[in-house]
Design a protein around this ligand. Structure first.
Ligand SMILES: [Zn+2]
Length: 388
């Protein structure tokens, strides 16, 4: 009896012990104060002093993300995108199509594809994730950003966060949302690179807020992204407030601690634009986050490839002035035709036709989601055999 009790107690200890360890590794929301975030960057800086020591640290941060996400447990699908495209519309200098790709068997990434109308045979590709706001893919500012970049010469894939827009197979605040969104982004990238009209050397990614998190996480672990613009999100003290940004242990393990500043710095020496503002957790960017990242770029003699546009009178959004900074950045680094956009004291976006949400959906009563689709958080997690 006593032995059984001891065994039970041992199991209980092991179970709660590992659960505690997992919880203890999460760095969520305002995990540090601004002062602590700044001091921790100084501590991180003391761990490297040249390219070799930085690359050792960078490799540890990168494997910390991959292990924290359990990304290696995802199915090895190799192509098999089973792309569904419908409802192509011709606009002023660009086209819009509704698209779904199968991320893994039974799970779909839903979005829109904005393409240039052009005689050229190859184009840049841009991944366009979004942040937290209901049906955000359908909002006028996501449509404008995608359409302008398309008219400049990029094929832009704007796609839903899980649980948003048409992506209703799981709830948004589910335990492995961070993994699913990162994997979905990787599959969107697979899709773009599978197209014969895409130039693999000119792949960009940009999103604001939670879309900024998606941008710097994928850029850190996948060097097929060649230019990256995370907007209003890279912070020394704030780790992202949602389970889809910090609900899995990508910042900390038994062997390391990092923050989103270093995760963003893994972009080096590829071009990166940080857009920050005066009203959120990016308010210190010109003084804290950006100088740290510049030092990393300097190791590669690539100071000119990282820039910060700081807008101290602005708020947490991906508004007009932030979009125009991104247009210039991608125009330069992805060799797009900025002259294709009407310009009068700034880029004019009013050639963009804002389409109603219903017209941007790939799955409709006429074209329903295949009935093999997984349905619900548990169905997806059981299929993948992954627990957070
Ligand atoms: Zn989220």
């Amino acid at each position: 009896m006593k032995i059984k009790f001891t065994i039970a107690l041992t199991f209980l200890f092991l179970f709660t012990g590992s659960f505690y360890a997992q919880e203890n590794m999460l760095c969520m929301g305002r995990y540090w104060t601004e002062d602590e975030g700044n001091l921790m960057l100084k501590k991180f800086a003391s761990e490297w002093n040249d390219l070799t020591t930085w690359e050792t640290r960078a490799a540890q941060i990168k494997s910390g993300i991959i292990e924290g996400l359990q990304l290696d447990k995802m199915p090895k699908v190799e192509g098999n995108l089973n792309t569904i495209i419908n409802n192509k519309r011709e606009m002023d200098g660009y086209t819009v199509e509704n698209i779904a790709i199968e991320s893994f068997p039974g799970f779909y990434v839903t979005g829109n594809l904005y393409r240039p109308i052009s005689d050229k045979s190859t184009f840049a590709g841009i991944l366009s994730p979004h942040g937290h706001f209901p049906d955000k893919r359908f909002t006028h500012y996501i449509q404008k950003r995608a359409a302008v970049l398309a008219r400049m010469g990029a094929i832009v894939f704007a796609y839903d966060m899980v649980g948003y827009g048409e992506s209703k197979q799981v709830e948004h605040k589910m335990p492995i949302a961070l993994l699913l969104q990162t994997y979905n982004s990787q599959r969107v990238l697979d899709y773009l690179l599978s197209r014969p009209d895409i130039d693999a050397d000119r792949i960009g990614m940009t999103g604001g807020s939670g879309g900024g998190t998606q941008t710097f996480v994928l850029t850190a672990i996948d060097d097929r992204i060649k230019a990256s613009a995370p907007v209003v999100q890279v912070s020394a003290h704030f780790f992202g407030g949602c389970v889809c940004e910090s609900g899995m242990p990508i910042h900390k393990s038994k062997n390391h601690q990092t923050s989103n500043v270093e995760i963003a710095a893994l972009c080096a020496p590829r071009p990166m634009l940080l857009v920050s503002d005066g009203a959120d957790w990016t308010r210190n960017t010109p003084r804290v986050e950006y100088p740290y990242i510049q030092k990393v770029y300097a190791l590669y003699d690539a100071e000119h490839k990282v820039e910060n546009v700081h807008l101290p009178t602005e708020k947490h959004d991906y508004g007009y002035s932030k979009r125009t900074a991104a247009y210039n950045f991608f125009g330069h680094h992805l060799n797009l035709s900025m002259g294709n956009i009407p310009y009068a004291e700034g880029y004019q976006e009013d050639f963009v036709t804002i389409l109603p949400a219903e017209e941007l959906k790939v799955f409709t009563s006429k074209n329903p989601m295949p009935d093999t689709a997984l349905n619900g958080n548990d169905a997806v997690m059981d299929y993948l055999k992954i627990q957070p």
